[in-house]
Design a protein around this ligand. Structure first.
Ligand code: GLY
Length: 347
């Protein structure tokens, strides 16, 4: 088992290894004495792992309750959050109890936000069950729901007390969920770790899931420790995201976040003027489509309407080479130019 310690306003361990789901109660009891543990998850994950987590918590002396909402990003809303909070109240969960966020990015973000606001803030455990949640969203304390004005528009920084990442669960994931997580892993490689990038390009990482996830979490920790509230260097973690989010938006969100980020990594590389061939090869090796099906004008329009609201400036993350990137703050009026470069269009 690997352990990565996250140093933040509230510090905690991320444990990565096989069989952690069935021992969840034991590990959670290392950060909490027995209390009521309120598991929040979605219906898909509840059917797969709900009973196991509940049993394990009970075995460790906790009183375990579970609430599941319908799966899918379309349910990461204030309405679902309100239902989760009402359920916590009806179940008699108090401030000295604990919330367990079980699932991928959607249950993790929503349950984390519930933990941030219920009783003005509760302790919580993250149990990520997708690769994307394991290497990114379960770590670092960002919690949120979507508003009609945009994704993750309402949320809070609220760090968990422990993160349990079961590599057996990751090993059983279907190809599309592996692909989505790989995009974020490639991002970490492009930011600071050429060896990680090479392992993803060659597929070697698949024989070393535990070490690779731990490496990604350790890279994320380096940014979170310096800039927990995302005012400075944490913005490096947005590599591929401005470009990728525009592609997701143009698709009406039929492209997943991972697919968008994959295309975004390619566009960011091309916009920065580096050799895109290694990036293209790495994306293909991870089953991601390098080229975006939208043109620069469509993408820039999608990004512009988002970023304009944020005050006229946007910080792009641009690769200098694999393993080194730079931040560049531009005005939103310059976005079409960067999208044109990113799509290889002449301006
Ligand atoms: N997902 C990027 C971050 O946590 O900052």
């Amino acid at each position: 088992m690997q352990k990565v310690h996250i140093t933040a306003s509230h510090s905690y361990d991320v444990l990565i290894g096989p069989g952690l789901i069935s021992k969840a109660g034991e590990y959670i009891s290392s950060v909490s004495k027995p209390c009521r543990a309120a598991i929040i998850t979605d219906d898909t994950v509840a059917a797969l792992y709900g009973a196991q987590v509940k049993e394990s918590l009970k075995h460790a002396g906790f009183t375990a309750d579970l609430w599941a909402f319908p799966h899918g990003e379309q349910h990461k809303t204030m309405t679902t959050l309100a239902a989760a909070l009402e359920w916590l109240g009806e179940t008699g969960v108090s401030r000295s109890d604990l919330i367990v966020a079980l699932g991928g990015g959607v249950p993790g973000d929503l349950a984390g936000f519930a933990a941030a606001v219920y009783c003005r803030g509760m302790r919580f455990a993250q149990i990520p069950t997708t690769l994307l949640a394991a290497v990114d969203s379960s770590v670092g304390g960002k919690t949120a729901v979507d508003l009609s004005s945009g994704k993750n528009m309402a949320g809070a920084f609220h760090q968990p007390d422990i993160v349990l990442c079961d590599t057996d669960v990751l090993g059983r994931l279907p190809a599309d969920l592996l692909r989505d997580g790989s995009a974020e892993m490639l991002k970490y490689g492009m930011l600071v770790d050429e060896k990680l990038f090479d392992d993803l390009s060659s597929g070697a990482w698949k024989g070393r899931i535990e070490e690779t996830v731990a490496r990604c979490v350790a890279i994320k920790q380096d940014y979170v420790v310096q800039d927990e509230e995302d005012q400075g260097v944490r913005q490096f973690l947005n590599l591929g995201h401005t470009f990728g989010h525009a592609a997701e938006k143009c698709s009406g969100f039929t492209l997943t976040h991972g697919q968008g980020v994959g295309m975004g990594l390619m566009m960011a590389s091309r916009a920065a003027g580096i050799d895109t061939e290694p990036v293209r090869r790495a994306l293909l090796a991870c089953d991601l489509t390098p080229e975006c099906p939208y043109d620069a004008a469509q993408l820039a329009q999608a990004a512009y309407s988002d970023k304009k609201r944020k005050g006229g400036k946007i910080t792009l993350v641009l690769p200098e080479k694999i393993g080194k990137c730079t931040l560049k703050t531009i005005s939103v009026e310059e976005l079409p130019c960067y999208f044109a470069k990113g799509m290889g269009e002449t301006i």
